[in-house]
Design a protein. Structure first.
Length: 396
């Protein structure tokens, strides 16, 4: 593969890329394709015995990688600890990438983030060192060819910490009753997820500034958050004009208020509402916080070596007018695995490669002080040192 060096100047958002899923025959149980036709058109089909999930934790060759990940993420041989027989086991940080395509990013991060959460099916991450006081240097490897093998389980509403109401996902008994009606015909957890999403689509999007008259379009979720002392800080960066602040919070921050008004805001607001709907339906859920793989200010000097710039790119941003780029969505437990329902099931092709920074029960439980719009460009929560695309020497 011939690689050309891609400069940041003058680049824009390009067309879409999506992570994929393998779907087993049990999906014959999924409701008609008018739910989400893209799920069926875009996904590769792979046959496994219906209702027989893989042993996700099995490591047959003892190389430190599960059989599931070797089959679906790394493309190494699960029966051989050293697939290419070069003396290094497949679990080695470099060796595991030799049979697939990866993006390798070195980045500087300020809290909040979780290195444990940054290691999942679509990415690996490791700590390198401190680049400055309060700034951690981390290497992240993204696997754009990784595909989940989705094996839905019978749907049975459950009670757990991942279905309980939270501060912002504050569903009540009436909301729970309604969601159980929405999912009443579902036989599998995947059916239930798609039923909830179709119900969510009946809610109306409202723009915080344009529709509701707030003097800033900065999400309220970054302005109302945990203060570290058991309470919540309200650091509003704008002023209400058409509605009171309480009404704005009801329409875009608290799930119960959005449910009553059939409204929601941008991704952070949508993730709160959608998460509450999943939880009310007894589907285990958590919120995911991600940033785009390709993001830069004019002054960053990020070294980039890729064959082409993927989607979701925010390049050559100007300080003071630069876009603050992030994306919240949900993961739901389907067939015993945490599945990114936004990227995989709901909006395929909309968001490009993104780096997962953490998961949470509730966005309000995280201190977003570093993401305050008045501080963001002075003390950046993340910057990229380098981004490189690599093709493994054994990739087919």
């Amino acid at each position: 593969m011939n690689k050309r060096r891609v400069a940041f100047w003058g680049m824009g958002i390009v067309t879409a890329l999506t992570y994929g899923l393998f779907l087993p025959p049990i999906l014959a149980d999924v409701p008609p394709n008018d739910y989400y036709p893209n799920l069926f058109k875009a996904a590769a089909l792979r046959s496994i015995p219906a209702g027989t999930p893989p042993d996700y934790g099995r490591d047959s060759d003892g190389d430190g990688l599960t059989d599931y990940d070797e089959d679906n993420k790394y493309r190494t041989d699960k029966a051989k600890a050293d697939t290419d027989r070069d003396g290094l086991t497949d679990g080695d940080w470099e060796e595991r990438r030799e049979y697939t395509r990866t993006y390798v990013a070195v980045m500087d991060l300020r809290p909040p983030y979780s290195l444990a959460d940054m290691n999942d099916f679509y990415q690996d991450a490791r700590y390198i060192g401190n680049s400055a006081v309060g700034v951690d240097r981390v290497e992240v490897v993204l696997y754009p060819e990784a595909k989940e093998l989705l094996c839905p389980a019978p749907y049975a509403p459950t009670k757990s910490e991942y279905t309980a109401p939270t501060f912002a996902k504050n569903y009540d008994s009436a909301m729970e009753t309604r969601l159980l009606e929405v999912t009443s015909g579902a036989r599998t957890d995947l059916q239930a997820v798609l039923s909830v999403q179709r119900f969510f689509n009946s809610f109306r999007y409202e723009d915080l500034r344009g529709d509701l008259g707030y003097s800033s379009d900065y999400p309220l979720q970054f302005q109302y958050y945990a203060d570290g002392a058991g309470g919540y800080a309200q650091n509003y960066g704008g002023l209400p004009t058409a509605y009171s602040m309480d009404e704005l919070l009801a329409r875009q921050f608290f799930a119960a208020g959005m449910f009553d008004r059939k409204t929601h805001g941008a991704c952070s607001s949508s993730a709160t509402l959608r998460g509450a709907l999943f939880r009310a339906a007894g589907l285990e859920e958590r919120t995911v916080f991600t940033i785009p793989l390709f993001y830069s200010l004019q002054t960053d000097g990020t070294r980039v070596d890729v064959s082409s710039v993927p989607p979701g790119s925010f390049l050559d941003q100007k300080i003071g007018r630069g876009t603050i780029a992030d994306h919240f969505f949900n993961e739901v437990r389907i067939g015993g695995r945490w599945i990114r329902v936004d990227t995989n099931l709901i909006d395929p092709g909309v968001h490009g490669p993104r780096v997962k920074l953490m998961v949470m029960h509730d966005q309000a439980d995280v201190s977003w002080e570093q993401w305050d719009s008045r501080r963001y460009f002075a003390e950046r929560p993340y910057t990229y040192v380098s981004i490189e695309e690599r093709l493994g020497p054994h990739r087919e």
